[in-house]
Design a protein around this ligand. Structure first.
Ligand SMILES: Cc1ncc(COP(=O)(O)O)c(C=O)c1O
Length: 446
């Protein structure tokens, strides 16, 4: 059984062009596998066979080189292997007392992330389950700080972001029961637009604002807000400045685009997802704080059973003090091992490959008589239209390519002067994607 599982894992890790699986309905899957959880068990061999031969084939491998939808991923082999080691090691990653050696490794990787942002000492952070949890952790810390002012104790908070911000910002605002105001642009949020919105608030609304969320690489189009300008406004208005670089943060490692993020070093908090553009397996996000003590005030949990962890004898960095989760997997370990294996230069190279692929796609689209760029490629995102296509055409084309096991490229919408236009979108992460892959996908639109 162990050999079967390890053999499967090795085969899957070494396959750079895995089958592009397709979903089946629950009824179809039920018919194929029958009951799997029974009184006496169906046996490991049978269960594994069902997973390998039926269920895994009804999933889409996100590291397929022609999976260019949403934000794909491309975890390194080293990182995946170490994900296995992380599971096998059974380490509790909440407190130094239990997880010291593992937390040490996570912190090595975290130090690199902090250095990419240029945030000054004592900036530091922790790994989270993803960008959503990182954004929530940061914004909760922001509100706790704001609520320290007695006048703010009982009023509902308000945060400002832009139309281009990720859906998780609005979703987490609901979790926190705060309101959101949007700067009405899907292009870069500028300091002027932000200031105009703030100036337009009445005194009661203005008093409710506690944070501004800028985006360091929008999910839809890879657009980076004017981070320096937003930092200036936040400084002047005394607002918490959060940068959601969940997707784009990997590009901090790429010298060709690093200047676009200038100003990120002034943020109070930053989200970067290693499971997006830093080649880590799911799930691994990260939240970084300018002043980690502020996060600790918000997140450190109290309980008689937890007191020993705070004791001098158990002293060390406790990841649970800086984000919303208590018991946690050491999810930064795969990133650490992969970084230690390959070195940071290799990471810079791999991220630059994604940017190059986007630029290559941009050139191929511009040269194609039936295709047109909606906007210049930004980071590793490309929005383009197939002249004459309706939203149905884009949808049918997506299904056809997926059905054929050829590619997964999904449509999105882009705001125009009179509404929203359905367009096609590439997001490149995987350095194994080739120019031939792009040519073949574009050809399928002819
Ligand atoms: C900019 C941005 N923020 C946040 C998220 C949410 O991250 P997660 O899905 O890891 O929770 C995403 C996901 O695509 C994103 O692109």
């Amino acid at each position: 059984m162990t050999l079967d599982v390890v053999k499967y894992a090795i085969n899957r890790i070494t396959k750079t062009n895995p089958e592009l699986g397709k979903p089946k309905t629950e009824a179809e899957l039920r018919m194929l596998v029958g009951e799997t959880v029974t009184d006496n068990g169906i046996g490991g061999e049978k269960a594994f066979e069902l997973f390998r031969d039926v269920l895994a084939k009804a999933t889409v491998p996100i590291d397929h080189p022609r999976h260019l939808a949403f934000v794909p991923a491309a975890p390194t082999r080293a990182a995946i292997l170490f994900d296995l080691v992380t599971s096998a090691s059974s380490i509790h990653g909440a407190y130094w007392m239990e997880g010291a050696g593992g937390i040490f490794c996570e912190n090595e990787a975290m130090q690199w992330l902090v250095s990419l942002t240029g945030m000054p000492k004592p900036a530091f952070g922790v790994f989270t389950s993803g960008g959503t949890a990182a954004n929530l952790s940061a914004l909760v810390a922001a509100r706790v700080k704001w609520r320290k002012e007695p006048a703010n104790e009982n009023i509902k908070g308000l945060m400002i972001t832009s139309v281009g911000a990720h859906s998780s910002i609005k979703a987490m605002a609901k979790v926190m029961d705060v309101d959101v105001l949007l700067v009405e642009t899907e292009n870069a949020m500028t300091c002027t637009a932000l200031q105009v919105l703030i100036n337009g608030l009445d005194a009661i609304q203005r008093a409710r604002v506690f944070a501004v969320v800028a985006t360091g690489g929008t999910t839809n189009a890879g657009i980076i807000d004017d981070l320096s300008g937003v930092a200036d406004v936040c400084e002047k208005e005394q607002l918490w400045f959060h940068v959601d670089a969940a997707y784009g943060g990997g590009a901090l490692a790429a010298t060709s685009v690093r200047h676009l993020f200038n100003g990120i070093e002034r943020a109070d908090s930053v989200t970067i997802d290693p499971h997006k553009w830093l080649f880590s397996p799911y799930d691994c996000g990260a939240v970084l704080y300018k002043n980690p003590e502020e996060a600790k005030e918000a997140h450190s949990q109290e309980g008689s059973y937890l007191e020993i962890f705070k004791d001098e004898g158990a002293h060390g960095f406790n990841p649970s003090d800086y984000q919303i989760q208590l018991t946690r997997r050491l999810r930064g370990l795969p990133l650490w091992y992969s970084l230690a294996t390959h070195g940071t230069e290799k990471y810079a190279w791999a991220v630059e490959e994604g940017i190059k692929l986007a630029n290559t796609a941009g050139k191929l689209i511009s040269a194609h008589p039936l295709l047109e760029l909606v906007r210049e490629p930004s980071l590793s995102c490309v929005l383009y239209r197939r002249k004459g296509w309706t939203p149905d055409d884009y949808r049918n084309w997506t299904y056809k390519n997926h059905e054929a096991g050829f590619a997964l490229v999904t449509p999105t919408k882009w705001k125009t002067t009179d509404g929203y236009e359905t367009v096609s979108r590439f997001c490149f992460i995987n350095p194994d994607t080739t120019e031939q892959d792009i040519v073949a996908i574009l050809k399928s639109m002819e």
